[in-house]
Design a protein around this ligand. Structure first.
Ligand SMILES: NC(=O)c1ccc[n+]([C@@H]2O[C@H](COP(=O)([O-])OP(=O)(O)OC[C@H]3O[C@@H](n4cnc5c(N)ncnc54)[C@H](OP(=O)(O)O)[C@@H]3O)[C@@H](O)[C@H]2O)c1
Length: 325
């Protein structure tokens, strides 16, 4: 089969279209003919070995031990292992297969444990479905699991126009929150169209300095010191960070609970858990039309290096998709 192989750590030019062995499913696995995949920061970090310690996590000092990147997938089941109960050949499925397990999705085929996938929402194309799993589940787990999101809360999403942020805005609205979305000028209208009640252009206004306070802040990247976020939180508020520098992530963990005379603020780092229940929950939100992926561009498998260059140089609006079939 054809696959994009990460030949060493480096720029997107290290990604090469190569012929590799087609995988065969184990007893609990299905073989998926991939129709589409999508790029996440995790893939970019593994390609660039950024930060450096990724080399240890990815299992190779000079190149990733599992050289096919990609975790998000949408495709059609081609064959099933003997213990598979939930799927049959021909089923349209989607899911999140963390590539550290060696099951990269920038390829024509991948094997997946049946616990890692679910049926594709019928109202989405393969390209749309592939844009969803990692970013939407990160947003859901950040807002609901860590942030204890509930109706009527004032929620701020900092970094609202990228992969995680576009889902976070829609999920917070679906839960009945009043949402403030922060992004740059060119994306304000787009995040408004996703349902944001208020938008802030970070190039014009610093939301941590304007006196407003929120019940829950999700920072898709750190961007500000934690003290700024805590100032913008109400006395019982919660701050959740998904990405950023090691110092920003460490601060959020180490500041876990801040008790003062006026209340107690909580801070969390969200770390995506591979969880089928959450994938099914996201599927239901998609099918009810409460959330939809935002796709900035779609590239054929052979143009994956170009897609990564675009991902690296431009902040994409939502997701960048790789179309395989
Ligand atoms: N913890 C986990 O398990 C997990 C899982 C998935 C992802 N992540 C992390 O989540 C992060 C976000 O991923 P993503 O794919 O959503 O990223 P992304 O697509 O690059 O989104 C970046 C967002 O941040 C905005 N932004 C850029 N500079 C800013 C600034 N100075 N102030 C405020 N906003 C700014 C961008 O707005 P404009 O484009 O309008 O400038 C855009 O909305 C990454 O760090 C990734 O590693 C973590």
């Amino acid at each position: 089969m054809k696959a994009i192989v990460c030949t060493k750590y480096g720029s997107p030019d290290v990604l090469q279209l190569q012929e590799v062995a087609k995988p065969a499913p184990q007893d609990e696995e299905v073989l998926i003919k991939i129709h589409a995949a999508s790029i996440n920061s995790r893939d970019w970090r593994r390609m660039r070995a950024n930060p450096f310690f990724i080399r240890l996590m990815a299992g190779g000092l000079l190149k990733p031990k599992n050289p096919i990147l990609g975790a998000d997938v949408a495709g059609r089941v081609e064959a099933v292992g003997r213990n598979v109960k939930q799927f049959k050949p021909g089923d349209e499925v989607f899911g999140y297969l963390p590539s550290a397990t060696g099951r990269g999705t920038f390829a024509e085929y991948v094997c997946a444990n049946e616990k890692a996938i679910t049926l594709k929402p019928a109202n989405l194309t393969f390209e749309q479905a592939a844009a969803v799993p990692e970013a939407a589940m990160t947003a859901l787990q950040g807002l609901r699991n860590k942030g204890n999101l509930h109706p009527g809360q004032k929620v701020l999403i900092n970094g609202a126009s990228g992969g995680v942020g576009t889902f976070a805005v829609q999920i917070a609205k679906a839960f009945g929150a009043e949402v403030t979305a922060v992004c740059s000028t060119r994306n304000l209208e787009m995040v408004r169209s996703l349902g944001a009640d208020h938008v802030i252009d970070y190039k014009v206004e610093d939301f941590t300095q304007n006196g407003q306070q929120y019940d829950l802040i999700l920072a898709v990247n750190g961007y500000h010191p934690i003290s700024d976020y805590l100032r913008a939180l109400n006395a019982e508020g919660t701050y959740v960070v998904a990405g950023g520098s090691m110092a920003q992530l460490f601060q959020a963990v180490s500041n876990r609970k801040r008790i003062s005379k006026t209340g107690s603020q909580n801070t969390y780092v969200v770390s995506l858990e591979h969880n089928k229940k959450d994938l099914v929950f996201i599927k239901e939100l998609l099918e009810s039309g409460k959330i939809m992926p935002v796709i900035d561009g779609c590239y054929p498998l052979s143009k994956t290096p170009e897609a990564f260059w675009y991902f690296e140089k431009v902040h994409p609006k939502g997701k960048v998709v790789i179309s395989v079939v």
